[in-house]
Ligand binder design. Sequence first.
Ligand SMILES: Cc1cc2nc3c(=O)[nH]c(=O)nc-3n(C[C@H](O)[C@H](O)[C@H](O)COP(=O)(O)OP(=O)(O)OC[C@H]3O[C@@H](n4cnc5c(N)ncnc54)[C@H](O)[C@@H]3O)c2cc1C
Length: 388
Amino acid sequence: MLVPELPAEIRELKAKVRQFLEDEVYPLELRIAQRGSIDVAEVDVMRKKARAAGFAMLNMPPDQGGIGLSMVGQVALEEESGKATNGLGFAVVDRGPRELLEITTPDQAKRYVAPIVRGEYREAWALTEPGAGSDLAGLQATATRAGDDWLLNGEKWFVTSEGSPGVYIVAAMHEGEQLLFLVDPDSPGLEIVRTPSFLHDPYLDHHPEIVFTDCRVPEANRIPATGDAGAKEWILVERLFIAARCCGAAERLLDLATDWAKEREQFGAPIAEYQGISFPLADSLTELLAARLLTYHAAHAFDTLADRKIVHGKVSMAKLFASEMAGRVADRALQAFGGRGYMLENPTARFYRELRVDRIWEGTSEIQRLVIARGLLKRGAAPYLGWE
Ligand SMILES: Cc1cc2nc3c(=O)[nH]c(=O)nc-3n(C[C@H](O)[C@H](O)[C@H](O)COP(=O)(O)OP(=O)(O)OC[C@H]3O[C@@H](n4cnc5c(N)ncnc54)[C@H](O)[C@@H]3O)c2cc1C
C-alpha cells in the first residue's frame, strides 16, 4: 500500500484539532500580531485546554500516558497543528518524548521523561555547535571522565526550547565517540550566553546559545545509546513532522488565498477570473496534494517498513519536497493578496516568514538531497519507489 486510508477515529481527532485551532488559536494569533509579542500566560491557558481536549502525548505508549498512536496518525494531527502560526501548534498537539524514552534507562525515564509526559516541562536537544551544523560528525564539545561524573565543555547553538526547558539532551565527544547526556538546566557550568532574535519571531520557541564550562553531569545521566544512533530517530521523526506541518500550512494558505481571490474585485471582476491569479493557485493545490501523498507515504513506511535506511530516504524526500512546496505556496498566496498579504495581521505574511526555517532545521534541503542521492546511488531507485 502506498498511502493508507486514515482510520475513522483519526479523522475524528483530526477534525477536533482543526476546530480547536479555529476557536482558540486563530484569535490568539491575531492578538499576538496586534501586540507584536506572545503573552506566555495566555498560551498556557490555551495549552491546558488542548491537553484537556486530549491532543497531548498521544504518541506515547499506554503505560506512559499515551495511546501509542501510529506515525500516520501522528502525521495527520501534526498536519493540523501546522496551520497555526507563531509556533502555537506545538502547544496544541503536544507530542511526547517517545524517542527519548526509547534511548533512556528506566531510571532516567522516571526522572526526566515522566515529568514531560505530566506536562511539567519540555526537553531541549543540544546538538548543533558554531562549527558543526550540517556535519554533526564534527562536534567539538567534549565529555571527560571525572571520577563518577563527567565534565562537559563546549558551545551549543540554536537550542530550541519553549521558555526554560526541564532538561537538555547534550551531545559531546569522548574518545572519538558521540555521547548523549541529560543535563539539568541549573547545573553549575551551564550558561545561556545569548538568545538571538529570529525571522519567525514572535515565536513560541526560543533558540539560545549555551556554553558548558566544566559542567558536571553524573554517570547516571549518560544515555546508554551513543549520540549518532540516539539522536537519529529524533531527527527522523522531526523531519517527518516538518513535512506534515508544511502541508497543513499550505492548506490554510491556499484556502485563504482562494477565498480572497473570489471576493476581491479589480477592473470590474473578481481577481480569481484572471489566470495570473488562478493558475498559481492551481499549481499550489497540485503541489500540495503531491507533498501530502509523499508525507503520508513516508509515515506509512515508518510504521511498516523494517529497512530503516529506506524509511530515512523517504522521510528526507517528504521533508525536502513539502518544505520547498510550502515556501512556493506562501509566496503565491501573498501575491494573490497584494498589499494585504504583506500585513502581519494576515496569516499569509506570517507564514511567508515562518516557513523559511523548514528548509533549514533538522537538515537543510541540501542535506536531504545528500541523503536521497546517497541512497539512490547505493541501492538504486526501486526500493524507494516500490509497493510494500
Ligand atoms: C530556528 C532554528 C532552530 C533550531 N533548533 C535546533 C535544536 O533544537 N537543536 C539543534 O541541535 N539544532 C537546532 N538547529 C540547528 C539546525 O539543525 C542547523 O541550523 C542546520 O542543521 C544547518 O546547520 P548550520 O546552520 O550550521 O548550516 P551549515 O551546516 O553551516 O550549512 C550552511 C549551508 O551550506 C550547505 N551545506 C552544508 N554542507 C553541505 C553539503 N555537503 N553539500 C551541499 N550543501 C551543504 C547547507 O545546506 C547550508 O545551505 C536549529 C536551527 C534553527 C535555524
